[in-house]
Ligand binder design. Structure first.
Ligand code: IP8
Length: 271
C-alpha cells in the first residue's frame, strides 16, 4: 500500500540493535547505561517525525531459540515459549520506554504482536493506523521485534528489521538509521576477521552480491544477524529510502546522525 506523506515532517526510522542495548553473551542482560545514553541522545537530537524500533538481543533470542518459535507451532509445549519470548520483549521494551520518558521524550510503545500478523514469516497484515496517528500528534512510536501470529505457521519470530523496512515503505520515510554495535557494514565479520573492510557507501546491487559472502551470526540470533538485517532492508532501499548504519555504542553518533550531521558509518542507497 502506497501511503501519503505524513504532514510536512520528514520521517526517520531509527532501529536500535539488540546487541547495542543488551549483552548477547548472557541471557536477559540489559545494558542500562547504553539505554540511558541513547535515550538522552534521542532527547538531545529533538527531531520531529521519528519512529524507534528495537531488536531482541539477549531478551528475545534465547527463548525464541529454546522453543523454536521461528519454525512455527508444532506442539503445545511451545506455547509457553511464545508467551515467554513476547513477555521478555515487553520487559526490554519497558526498560527503553522508562528511560525515554524519564528523558522527556514523548515515546509511546506500540506492541508489534498486537498490530502485525505474518504469513510464512512475512508481514501480511499491519494495522498501522495508531502509528500514523501517534506520529501526526508528535509522539514517537516505539516498536520491536516480537513473537507474532503467523496465519500459516501458527506463530513465528518477526525481526525488528522487517518492521523497519515495512514501516519505511508504508510511511514513505525519508531515511532509516540503523544503530548497530560495529562501525558500519563490512565485507566480513569485523569481530572475527581483522582484515575486514568497511564500506562507506554501497548500492543495493552491490549489497545483493555481497550477501552470499557475509557470514552467519556467531552469538544467539534467530533472525539472521547482519545478513538478515541487510536482506530485510533491501525493499526499503529499492523504494529509494537510504539506510545509514552507524555505531550506536559510540557516544554522540546517534544524536549527530539524527540531527543531520555527518558521522562515520555506511550509507546504503539505491544507485
Ligand atoms: O533482534 C527479534 O528481533 P531482532 C525479536 O530485530 C525476537 O531480529 C523476539 C527474537
Amino acid at each position: 500500500m502506497k501511503a501519503s506523506r505524513l504532514s510536512e515532517a520528514k520521517l526517520t526510522i531509527l532501529k536500535i540493535g539488540g546487541s547495542v542495548i543488551t549483552d548477547k553473551n548472557e541471557e536477559l542482560a540489559a545494558r542500562t547505561q547504553e539505554i540511558n545514553r541513547l535515550a538522552e541522545e534521542v532527547q538531545e537530537a529533538g527531531i520531529k517525525g521519528l519512529i524507534i524500533v528495537h531488536g531482541g538481543g539477549s531478551f528475545g533470542h534465547p527463548s525464541a531459540m529454546k522453543y523454536a518459535i521461528k519454525d512455527g507451532l508444532k506442539e503445545d509445549s511451545q506455547k509457553i515459549g511464545f508467551s515467554e519470548t513476547h513477555h521478555f520483549m515487553t520487559v526490554l521494551n519497558g526498560l527503553l520506554m522508562d528511560s525515554l520518558i524519564w528523558h522527556d521524550v514523548p515515546a509511546v510503545s506500540v506492541t508489534s504482536s498486537s498490530c502485525i500478523t505474518t504469513e510464512n514469516g512475512r508481514i501480511k497484515h499491519f494495522e498501522d493506523a495508531p502509528v500514523r496517528a501517534f506520529l501526526k500528534m508528535g509522539f514517537i512510536p516505539v516498536l520491536y521485534g516480537d513473537a507474532v501470529i503467523d496465519t500459516n505457521m501458527g506463530f513465528t519470530i518477526l525481526s525488528g528489521d522487517q518492521i523497519v523496512s515495512s514501516l519505511a515503505v508504508r510511511l514513505d520515510a525519508e531515511r532509516i538509521v540503523m544503530g548497530i554495535d560495529v562501525d558500519g557494514l563490512y565485507d566480513a565479520d569485523p569481530k572475527v576477521e581483522k582484515t575486514a573492510r568497511m564500506f562507506r557507501r554501497i548500492t543495493s546491487k552491490e549489497l545483493k552480491e555481497l550477501q552470499s559472502r557475509l557470514r552467519e551470526p556467531t552469538a544467539c540470533d534467530v533472525t539472521g544477524g547482519m545478513v538478515g538485517k541487510v536482506l530485510e532492508l533491501l525493499p526499503a532501499v529499492e523504494h529509494g529510502i537510504p539506510v545509514i548504519m552507524v555505531n550506536a555504542l559510540k557516544p554522540g553518533y546517534i544524536c549527530n546522525v539524527l540531527g543531520g550531521k555527518k558521522v562515520e558509518g555506511t550509507v546504503i542507497e539505491k544507485e
